[in-house]
Design a protein around this ligand. Structure first.
Ligand code: MN
Length: 262
């Protein structure tokens, strides 16, 4: 018998094998039905995800099945790089994000009850301060994951964007809260269950789209259309996120998983 392996990674692989550490998928399935953001018609629009079959064990390729795909960078569960916003112009593109930033601690702030009452709910600094008082400070270099319950709507474009004649109604953060998270909080990014980090009504805020404006402007990241945040512990999870390294890209579809210790 070889001697038992020691060290942190040996302990991790043992814990993964015996189930005491679980891998939780936070990613929305990616298909032509995946909801996408819809901007006012005067702006350019992001593409839905589309598959184009190259061959399927047929005369185009007798032993193999494969596809080309077309997608927006910001389609489905995806990562926002700093250069996505004009405030972060010249900042990191998605391929330049240090890989060490892709494995970081995460905490979950659950405001799904408030968002069920009010789809335009906006998180405030005081809400985060109160959460920190009950739990622990936001993680240095980690992620703030903002649970709103919106993942339950992710199978429907209509329910996900929740638009009426006045525009979309989905939860987000107040401008002051977005500024505080970007400039004062120790986190590297904000993860949400909605189509973007900003509230549906954030086009009318000052500044417009404050989460994008302040996060990107401070070299921080966004992560959107997450699922299963309800299954994560409030503190103590490790987020592993893998955006495609699109050179010069402003973001990318990403697989996001969490390591959770039981
Ligand atoms: Mn985005």
């Amino acid at each position: 018998m070889p001697p038992p392996k020691t060290g942190v990674l040996a302990a991790l692989t043992a814990a993964l094998a015996d189930g005491s550490v679980e891998v939780v998928d936070l990613t929305a399935p990616l298909s032509s039905g995946t909801p996408v953001i819809q901007l006012p018609p005067e702006f350019g629009q992001t593409a839905r995800f589309e598959l184009e079959e190259i061959s399927a064990y047929d005369d185009r390729g007798p032993a193999w099945y494969w596809n080309n795909f077309r997608s927006g960078e910001h389609t489905g569960t995806h990562f926002d790089a700093p250069n996505h916003w004009v405030t972060g112009r010249g900042g990191l593109d998605v391929a330049s994000v240090p890989v060490g930033h892709l494995v970081r601690p995460a905490v979950v702030l659950d405001f799904s009850a408030q968002c069920a009452e009010n789809p335009d709910f906006l998180l405030e600094v005081d809400d985060i301060r109160a959460w920190e008082g009950q739990h622990e400070p936001l993680p240095e270099g980690g992620w703030l994951l903002y649970r709103t319950g919106w993942d339950a709507r992710s199978d429907s474009q209509e329910r996900f964007t929740n638009a009426d004649e006045t525009g979309p109604h989905t939860p987000g953060m107040s401008p002051e809260c977005a500024r505080w998270v970007a400039e004062e909080a120790p986190v590297i990014g904000v993860g949400v269950e909605t189509v973007g980090t900003d509230a549906g009504t954030a086009h009318s805020f000052d500044p417009a789209f404050p989460c994008h404006s302040f996060l990107m402007g401070n070299g921080k990241y966004g992560l959107t259309q997450l699922q299963n945040l309800a299954t994560l512990p409030v503190t103590g999870a490790v987020l592993v996120v893998g955006p495609l390294p699109i050179v010069t890209g402003s973001g990318a579809p990403a697989r996001a998983v969490a390591l959770v210790e039981h």
